[in-house]
Write a protein that binds this ligand. Structure first.
Ligand code: AMP
Length: 179
């Protein structure tokens, strides 16, 4: 992706200082989603990257990942699976806990969401420490799926999520580095 396009997409993301707690620079992607050009252009970039990749399912992470994952799955002609926070999925689930700065969180997939050997693209809006995506990848593998890649719109390189996801192919469109 050329620098001018990266710059234009980045300009559509709003930064909210100290949300949800002091010290966090929240990268608010709702302003990109609500811009017709920006949303389409960001999705088109990911579609172009994965168009020829063998993908059976997009596994989208709650909640902003659903927006990107739904559009992507539609373009790539594959199924869409929702990775949800605890207690939201109505059928039997597989669950994976992961570490937060303070305490733990967990992510769930329906047990029948994948068939053995499904090639999965895991999608979220933003890669920070990589904990959420790593937990989702573990769930995919526990359900006998294969992670073919992890896709994000935004990456925060200083939090080293890419290192945590070193065994996977990671794609992010834009970066916020100490800004
Ligand atoms: P992590 O597991 O640390 O990679 O965090 C990724 C998840 O938390 C994603 O679902 C993001 O939407 C959310 N997130 C983490 N940090 C931020 C941030 N600075 N701005 C917006 N969302 C964030």
């Amino acid at each position: 992706m050329n620098e001018e396009l990266q710059h234009s997409l980045k300009a559509l993301i709003r930064t909210i200082p100290d949300f949800p707690k002091p010290g966090i620079q929240f990268r608010d992607i709702t302003t990109l989603f609500q811009d017709p050009w920006g949303f389409k252009r960001a999705v088109d970039e990911l579609v172009a990257h994965y168009r020829y990749a063998p993908i059976d399912k997009v596994v989208a992470i709650e909640s902003r990942g659903f927006v990107i994952g739904g559009a992507l799955a539609n373009y790539l002609n594959c199924g869409m699976v929702m990775a949800r926070k605890k207690g939201k999925l109505p059928f039997q689930v597989e669950r994976q806990e992961y570490q937060l700065e303070y305490g733990t969180d967990c992510i769930e997939l329906h047990r029948d969401a994948l068939v053995s050997g499904d090639r999965c693209l895991v999608v979220d809006d933003l890669l920070a420490t990589g904990g959420t995506c790593e937990a989702t990848c573990k769930l995919v593998e526990r359900l006998a799926g294969r992670v073919v890649g992890c896709a994000f719109i935004i990456e925060l390189p200083e939090l080293k999520g890419r290192r945590r996801l070193a065994q996977y192919d990671v794609k992010a469109l834009i970066r916020f580095d100490g800004e």
